[in-house]
Design a protein around this ligand. Structure first.
Ligand code: SAM
Length: 341
């Protein structure tokens, strides 16, 4: 298995592990819980009872250990997600511990924002650098219909995150035909007014809910066309705003930064994929749209050495498929909330 070396920003030599398709995988998204305090139509199957029990969840110490080993093999970016990561009470402690690990260059969080008003400052102080907040609608009734939650709490969370001085706060909106097309322009204006990039994301078949059907699908090209009726979209370079799959445009008049994430309609979408996932119950998942997983938790609880944990992570990198299987006969198995969005 070949590893490449390069000098990172601090001048250290970092090992980089390419997958079989030459992609350097250096980004781990970690689900720290599969529980969520919202009920998004497209995410949580009705009556979902599959919550991992406490002993199944990785402990804070186990999460920290995996990150330490991963950082030692060249992973640089780590995102805490879920479920809803803010429902986990030891989140600030986890952030604090991860922050101290050499090689962790970027520590990020994805949240629905409902509990961010109280937690933004402690999380920033613990060392979290960037936050993505899901926001599918500004209209309170529509927001409640889509998520079951309270948009006022989310907006307060976003304001608190901005005030806490995160390096970046981004908004994420899932495109839902018949539900939030009419919200796109208000959301873009809101993002521009607050100086926050907003990403528009295609619905993926990652769960078994009624909302995940072809009629509700709404592609990024159509979103681009809708926005182009209001403002001029100026494409930005491919790697704009870092590590992710979004392709950004700036809107000439409003100044909004809008990212388009189109896993289902963008040709070659997976060519630059740099990430793997760690599920709340300790499975490494090389690709969201492929069922392959490797059980890390079993190894951690068998007192595996760091070298053995590293080998499992390397195996996962080697098993990364060329592309996701969403366009084939993909059948979701565990829902997104269990896998880590
Ligand atoms: N609770 C956190 C949040 O709301 O960001 C983190 C977990 S959530 C699963 C992460 C992201 O996945 C959210 O932006 C959510 O909208 C998105 N998501 C969930 N199910 C999806 C689906 N079927 N298609 C596209 N995005 C989805």
């Amino acid at each position: 298995m070949s590893e490449t070396s390069r000098n990172d920003a601090a001048g250290r030599t970092a090992n980089r592990v390419p997958d079989p398709f030459g992609r350097v995988v250096d980004y781990l998204r970690i689900s720290i819980t599969d529980r969520c305090n919202e009920r998004c139509l497209y995410c949580l199957p009705a009556g979902y009872h599959g919550w991992a029990q406490r002993p199944d969840h990785l402990t804070a110490e186990e999460v920290v250990r995996v990150v330490r080993v991963a950082a030692g093999m060249g992973f640089r970016k780590f995102r805490l997600t879920g479920g809803e990561p803010l429902v986990r009470h030891d989140l600030p402690d986890i952030v604090c511990a991860l922050k101290k690990i050499p090689g962790v260059e970027c520590l990020a969080l994805s949240t629905n924002g409902t509990r961010l008003a109280a937690l933004a400052r402690p999380l920033r102080e613990a060392g979290l650098r960037t936050v993505n907040v899901s926001l599918d609608a500004l209209d309170a009734a529509l927001y409640r219909r889509i998520t079951g939650g309270d948009v006022a709490a989310v907006l307060a969370g976003i304001r608190a995150a901005v005030a806490a001085g995160f390096e970046r706060v981004k908004l994420n909106t899932v495109l839902l035909r018949g539900l939030n097309e009419g919200e796109l322009w208000p959301l873009v204006l809101f993002a521009a007014e607050h100086g926050l990039p907003i990403r528009l994301i295609e619905l993926m078949p990652v769960s078994r809910t009624k909302a995940l059907c072809a009629q509700n699908f709404f592609g990024v090209e159509e979103a681009r066309r809708l926005l182009a009726q209001r403002d001029e979209l100026i494409p930005l370079p491919a790697a704009y705003l870092g590590w992710g799959p979004a392709r950004y445009c700036q809107l000439r008049h409003t100044g909004a930064l809008v990212g388009f994430i189109g896993p289902l309609t963008t040709p070659h979408f997976c060519e630059t994929c740099n990430k793997m996932r760690l599920t709340a119950d300790g499975k490494v998942r090389p690709c969201l749209g492929d069922h392959g997983e490797i059980d890390l938790r079993a190894a951690l609880r068998r007192s595996a050495t760091d070298e053995a944990v590293r080998e499992l992570l390397l195996t996962a990198v080697q098993r990364k498929p060329r592309e996701h299987s969403f366009l084939g006969a993909y059948q979701p198995c565990r829902p997104m909330t269990a896998l880590g969005g």
